[in-house]
Design a protein around this ligand. Structure first.
Ligand SMILES: [Zn+2]
Length: 209
């Protein structure tokens, strides 16, 4: 099977086409951009029998190689989320609490699900094993720096929502909702806008930019 995989038959021509079509989309595994590989959810080295099974081929970006062969932590009964089966991926899973006074903010991720949600533990495992293995922290830090430098470019039209902190926060929540509709609820861009719409951060932006 491994040999077949290395020299695939012509019928697999659709795979490069699928990869091209994914450019510019949000990676369903980590929320990054351009999921241009098809990841073997169950690694082919350990699950050769599933190497060509379509449900085992999940669009992914560089997070694919960064997570390595991690699929589950059997000792703790935890597993990664699967984009085809775990519909909880379609809801906002986490936000980042950062201290806006830091020039390069430090991030603490916080799950948005209730602790008694049946997906809670697996979402935490997925974020640790996939999302935080990517360069999402660098992405968010750069976004934050740009916002400090160019607030009116990053927050288009924000000056007409500055009557009060509450009004400004509502404007940021609106931006976060739009990003979520366009990019997906856990796309990095959405996570950024969701994080800055937190009251403490919104208030800092209101008072300092
Ligand atoms: Zn990814």
């Amino acid at each position: 099977m491994l040999l077949l995989y290395k020299d695939p038959p012509k019928k697999l021509d659709y795979i490069p086409e699928m990869r091209k079509a994914l450019a510019g989309e949000t990676c369903p595994m980590c929320g990054g951009q351009d999921p241009v590989t098809l990841d073997h959810f169950l690694p082919r080295a350990t699950h050769t029998e599933f190497a060509l099974l379509s449900y085992n081929l999940v669009p992914a970006c560089a997070c694919n190689s960064r997570r390595g062969r991690v699929v589950a932590d059997e000792a703790q009964g935890l597993r990664l989320l699967h984009p085809y089966y775990d519909v909880c991926l379609n809801q906002p899973l986490f936000t980042c609490d950062f201290n806006p006074a830091d020039h390069v903010p430090t991030f603490e991720t916080r799950l948005l699900l209730a602790e008694d949600d049946p997906h809670y533990a697996n979402v935490g495992f997925h974020i640790q094993s996939v999302v935080l293995k990517t360069n999402i922290r660098t992405f968010l830090a750069k976004r934050w720096q740009k916002l400090r430098e160019f607030p009116d470019d990053m927050l288009f039209g924000n000056r007409s929502h500055r009557e009060s902190v509450a009004r400004f926060q509502a404007y940021l929540i609106g931006l976060s909702t739009s990003k979520s509709r366009v990019e997906g609820p856990n796309a990095w861009e959405t996570v950024f806008f969701r994080s800055i719409a937190e009251e403490s951060v919104a208030s800092w932006i209101f008072n300092n930019t």
